[in-house]
Design a protein around this ligand. Sequence first.
Ligand code: FPP
Length: 240
Amino acid sequence: MDDAPGRCVDHLAIIMDGNGRWATNRGLPRLVGHRRGAEVVRTIVMAAPRLGVKWLTLYAFSTENWNRSTKEILGIMAIFARYIEREADRLAMNGVRMRFIGDRDALEPKLQKLMDGIEARTAHCSLLNLTVAINYGGRDEITRAVKMLTQKLACGALSADQINQESFAACLDTQDLPDPDLVIRTSGEFRTSNFLAWQAAYAEYEFTPTLWPDFTADELEVIISRFGNRIRRFGRVLAG
Ligand code: FPP
């Protein structure tokens, strides 16, 4: 754990919020806001490595987002599919490894296939680890992890005294990811909305009023440099 001022954001997580309002403010359908949001995803993914970010995790669709209209849900899913199809070459060429967290079972088989495909295609990339959370909820993830842990106990792969934070974290969707250093939420809402509930226990948070479709690499740079000036204590008392 590094608490030195000037340190980098190794793992940045973003709650991309405000697409709907961005569109509504302009008298446009909400899906136009999501489409514009996908363009901003492209910009931020390409900017992240130059800002020192090695892990970027984006909250794209929560377990609660199924409560939206069918039209909006289908539209968002189509945007995810198109993003994967259109960005695959660019991601691979730029060394971006793309992965997904969340429960995939409820997603369209076609989308699941695209997700599996891009994960395999970019598995060798290491400049940036991009993780997109789709049908993701922290509580749902923890519940699924408990189920997995129980199965490991039942089949004897794990004993009760081997249950600890490490063996539990190994059952989470994020088993291969470090914990986030910084979580940004756009659109002026001050909530964490079930995002990385376990993993963000010691993360710093930044809340910006900017709606996601208006978010830029320049604003990200300002937020990241502010993070560099924060001192992270991780519960310890610092000397001096
Ligand atoms: C939140 O805005 C955004 C979503 C629920 C969907 C996120 C989707 C994208 C950013 C599009 C593309 C993503 C990828 C990974 C290609 P909101 O609809 O909740 O906005 P509101 O709060 O103003 O209604």
